[in-house]
Each structure stands twice: as C-alpha cells, then as structure tokens.
Ligand binder design. Sequence first.
Ligand code: URA
Length: 274
Amino acid sequence: MNRAKAWAALDIGPQWIPRRRAGSGDSRAPAAQIAAARGETDATATEERPDAVLLGRTPDTEEQAQPAAAGSGDWQVIAADWDLLRAEALGCSRCALSQSRRQVVFGVGDRRPDWVVVGEAPGAEEDRRGEPFVGEAGQLLDAMLEAVGMSRARGVFILNVLKCRPPGNRDPAPEEVRECNRFLQAQLTLLAPRLVLAMGRFAAHTLLGTDEKIGQLRQREHRIDIDGRPVPLVVSYHPAYLLRSPVQKRLGWQDLCRARALVPLSAPGDQKAR
Ligand code: URA
C-alpha cells in the first residue's frame, strides 16, 4: 500500500508540515500542534519537542503529498506522520475494544528497522504496560531475536495486528482486524522495513490476505507491497505457540535464520537500501 492510500484508509490524510522558522516557536509535540491547528485538544501529546512544527495541512492530491525539496523556502517539509498516527491510535474508538482496553499498545522498537515483527494482539501484561510482547511469549521472542543479533532496540520494530487487548485474550474478531489494519498498514508504510516477520496465523492471514494453514505458509517465500516496494515476508509460529509446543521451537528457529539470511541486521550507520 502506498503512503497516500494508507492515509486515505485512515481518513486523516498525510500531514505535511512546515518546519518552524528559526527563532519562532511552538515547542509542543507535532501531534499536539496538529490537534491545535485543527481546533482540537490532544491530551496525549504534551511532551516538549524542540524540533516542532507550526501547522498541519492535508494535500488534495498525491502529487502534493510529496515532500518539498530541501531548502524550498518556508515550506520545508517534515513528516510528523508517525506522531500523528500514534496520536490517532491512542485516541481510537473505532471498535468496542476501546471500551475494555487499559492502554493502546502501539508498538516499540527501532524506528528505522530492518525487520518489523508482527504479532496478534496485546495480552494482559501488554495492556497493563502499554508495550507489545512483554509477557512470557515476549521473553521468548526477545531471546530468539537476541540469538540473531537483534533486539527491540536494534534493527527491529515490534507491533501487533490489534493495538488493543481482546477481553480474556479471545481471538481477534474480523471487524476488529479490519478496523485496526488501517493502523498496521500505515505503520508499515512509515517504518519502511526491509523484511516483515509475521508471527502466528492472525498476523500471517492479515498481511497476506489468506486463510491458509500456517504450517504451509511458513514454508513459502512471500512478498508484500509496502509503499510500492515488494518486501519479503517470513511467516513463523507465534512465540506463545512455541511455549505450548516446545518441540516446534526448532522450526521457529529455522524461520528466524531464513529471515536473517534474507535480510541481516544492518551495520550501524549503514544506509539501509529500501
Ligand atoms: N501476543 C501477541 O501476539 N502480542 C503481544 O504483544 C503479546 C502476546
């Protein structure tokens, strides 16, 4: 999905924002300024950010949605898109999960990742702490990532198909997946990973648009379109399943090695080819 389509799906449009002139200055976070420019209050975006923005504006066409060339007058453009998207997700009430959640679990990790790891939905611990994969399954995931030289601080961004916890950890409902897929697609577009690791059947089914069995899907090579680029996608078992069926850990490990062979961790400072 390209960036303009991702924003269209969210009904919010990309926000191209002029960088503040030297010496002028609203130091609120981008999301707060966008909210203010729209005449809304954004209680979630109060952090102080020196590299702040003045005003939001939504381009009417895809051509307009291109960043201006560096140095093109006052309308030098920065993308505060991530902050905006995050603010939209934190305030989301598109489905009933917004009534039962404690927190929206937006995702965590390297904002310029080699890999994006996609799980299913937050559990109780994630709902409490606001971070994905922090329970037992998360500890296994961290150990697996560490074994291939990666971590949530280095090379990897971790997120879920659903940003809110389904009560009692029930399976995500189709309409919840459909609503939340807008955020997932926009996150992938903005993160621009070199590889996606889909953990478990909900992630694989949502990203590939299929309901084939995971045992079959994990044995094939996949690519998904992210912002017009074909990005390799590796399907693997969910870490919670591996905890329940430890004999399958060997297969999970094979999947991770396959992903590493396709896209290894970039060296620090490397310009990542995207
Ligand atoms: N399982 C998931 O799929 N995601 C989490 O964040 C935690 C457990």
